[in-house]
Design a protein around this ligand. Structure first.
Ligand SMILES: [Zn+2]
Length: 168
C-alpha cells in the first residue's frame, strides 16, 4: 500500500505561495465505466494538464485522452475509440457546493477526471450512425423443437386424459 495514487499531486506551492502555473502530466491505467461505455485500462489514460493558483484553490485545465469501448446500443457490437476530453475545473480548499476539494496540500485528480470523462460519454452509443441494429431472423431456429414427440407426455392434456380414463 506504499504505492501513492498517480492522480495525487502536491500543490502546496500553488495554494500557499501562489506559485506560477505549471504543467502536470498523468499517465495511469484506469477502469471506469458507465452504462454502455467503458474506459479501457490499456492503453493507459494520459492527462496533459496545467495547474494554476486561484483564490482558495487550484484551477485544473487541459485534456484527458482515453480509449473507450462503446457497446453499440442497437447491435451490441463493441467499438474502441480514442476520446479527448477537455478539463476546466477548480479544486477548492473548502470544497465548493458540488466542487472538488483539496486535502491539505494534496490534490486528487481522479474524481475530477473520472467525472469529466464519464460525463462526456454518449448516453446511447452507436457503432455507426447507420447501424441497422440486431439482424432480424435470429428468432428462426429458436422454436424448432416444439415437435419433440416426448413433449406430448408433459402436456397437461395428457394428464387430463389419464384422469378421464381412470375415473368413473
Ligand atoms: Zn451497431
Amino acid at each position: 500500500m506504499a504505492h501513492a495514487s498517480p492522480f495525487l499531486v502536491h500543490v502546496g506551492d500553488l495554494v500557499r505561495h501562489g506559485g506560477a502555473p505549471r504543467s502536470h502530466r498523468v499517465s495511469a491505467p484506469v477502469d471506469w465505466s458507465i452504462e454502455l461505455s467503458r474506459v479501457l485500462p490499456d492503453p493507459p489514460l494520459v492527462a496533459e494538464l496545467v495547474l494554476s493558483a486561484a483564490s482558495g484553490g487550484v484551477v485544473v485545465r487541459g485534456t484527458v485522452m482515453v480509449t473507450v469501448r462503446h457497446t453499440c446500443s442497437r447491435c451490441l457490437e463493441d467499438t474502441d475509440v480514442l476520446v479527448d476530453v477537455d478539463i476546466d475545473q477548480i479544486a477548492e480548499r473548502e470544497g465548493g457546493d458540488d466542487g472538488y476539494e483539496l486535502h491539505g496540500d494534496e490534490l486528487d485528480l481522479e474524481p475530477m477526471l473520472r467525472d469529466e470523462v464519464l460525463l462526456s460519454m454518449p448516453l446511447l452509443p452507436v457503432c455507426d450512425p447507420d447501424c441497422a441494429g440486431l439482424v432480424r431472423g435470429t428468432e428462426s431456429g429458436l422454436n424448432t423443437s416444439t415437435h419433440d414427440p416426448a413433449g406430448r407426455l408433459e402436456s397437461p392434456f395428457a394428464v387430463l386424459e389419464d384422469l378421464f380414463e381412470s375415473g368413473d
